[in-house]
Design a protein around this ligand. Sequence first.
Ligand SMILES: Nc1nc2c(ncn2[C@@H]2O[C@H](COP(=O)(O)OP(=O)(O)OP(=O)(O)O)[C@@H](O)[C@H]2O)c(=O)[nH]1
Ligand SMILES: [Mg+2]
Ligand SMILES: [Zn+2]
Length: 441
Amino acid sequence: MAANSVSSSKQTRSLNRITCPHCWEKFRLENLLWVAEHADLLGDPMLGDEDPQRFLPTRFTVDGDALDARGFPCHTLACPKCHLTVPRPLIELEPFFMSVFGAPASGKSYFLASMTWELRQTLSAVFSCSFSDADPAMNQQLNDYEESLFLNPKANEVQPLASLIRKTEEQGDLYDSVSYGTQTVSYPRPFLFAMQPQTGHLNESQADRIGRVVCLYDNAGESFQPGKDEVGSPLTRHMALSRTLLYVFDPTQDARFRKSMDLLSTDSSEQISASRLSRQEPILQEAAARIRRYAKLRQTEKHQRPLIVILTKYDEWSHLLTPMVGEDDHSEPWKTVKGSNGKPMAALDIPRIQRYSDFSRKLMQKACPDIVAAAENFAQEVIYIPASAVGWCTQNDQDSGLVAMRPAEAKPFWVTVPFLYSLYRCIPGLIPGLKRKGDSQ
Ligand SMILES: Nc1nc2c(ncn2[C@@H]2O[C@H](COP(=O)(O)OP(=O)(O)OP(=O)(O)O)[C@@H](O)[C@H]2O)c(=O)[nH]1
Ligand SMILES: [Mg+2]
Ligand SMILES: [Zn+2]
């Protein structure tokens, strides 16, 4: 076989083709590079003098790990195109790309932090699926967000939301620079999670087949604005690979939503409105145009993958939806049912999610019909899911005038639902769901 023997190492299953989570290049397993471990072997032409050398190995340990030029066993793999590291779970499990996009300050970073925090508990405890960092170093920033919200050392002190998770920048720690000759390219750093059925899951025996490495990115809202997709910063190209697209729509930033729902008149901090209002439809149009371009879709062709519209900051507008759905119930939308093996298992309450979606759509149709039209003209399937990253604990800080909260009081609402729904729709057998009336499958 070829020199590179990752496939035989550790006796695990390997994929034939791997997708780099940084530059999105697809390549064959035997083309993977290794990262030298000996301290003298520094300097990579694409990453700089400080980075260890990358190499195609010719010698291996009995465990199948490559030996570098100084005979040191190596453990880290790298992409042959961009030279950035490729965590091992990606050679065993298919990737599952998810793109989260939305306007600046729409709540993307909050939503992601809250979602991953909750998934760590829920997926394993409720759905018998493991969910863990595929590479803790790569997930560092997201872990910091989670800690700031849910393990804050001053959890009982009132703190401004804008200081718990800061605005995402368009450059800095969240990006990796790679130089291709004279062209330097800045890639957004992926957050990677390994996810597999575990003991007690109905399809435990198929863990390799239906397990996935989830790849997420936290882009700055500005990167989705028209004109921001450049060769030197292909910040949003992951959208073309994504199995599901999560469009983060913030109703509180939409002037018509606020007005038609009479929010402005009840809003105690009127000055909020001018600074926090923004047009969110161009972001969706731009995302649709980019995906059409990357995925080579015709203008009239609809995207075949689900588009999930997440209506964020539900804590601020839930009073509009609860009378429509006929419940003010903060419970999660899943139920315990009897599995085909006779044992109890959790299943997503699809009819309840659909009911919330139908009424959220009605609200949007009334306030911002252009967004509904843009979403439904672009994707075959659109679902609308309300969510709150922090729950009903925010207050206006009297001194600063900023929105603030005590982190100890955070109680997210439905933050895992968009993700679980995507898995239910895209990976048969992983997350079970209760059927809607009339569903054939
Ligand atoms: N009430 C309420 N406010 C929220 C919630 N999530 C976020 N916010 C507010 O929205 C602001 C922006 O949230 P971020 O998550 O930073 O927004 P973003 O979409 O990541 O913004 P960029 O990084 O600029 O693209 C926060 O500072 C909070 O004040 C929520 O669930 N409820
Ligand atoms: Mg952000
Ligand atoms: Zn790469």
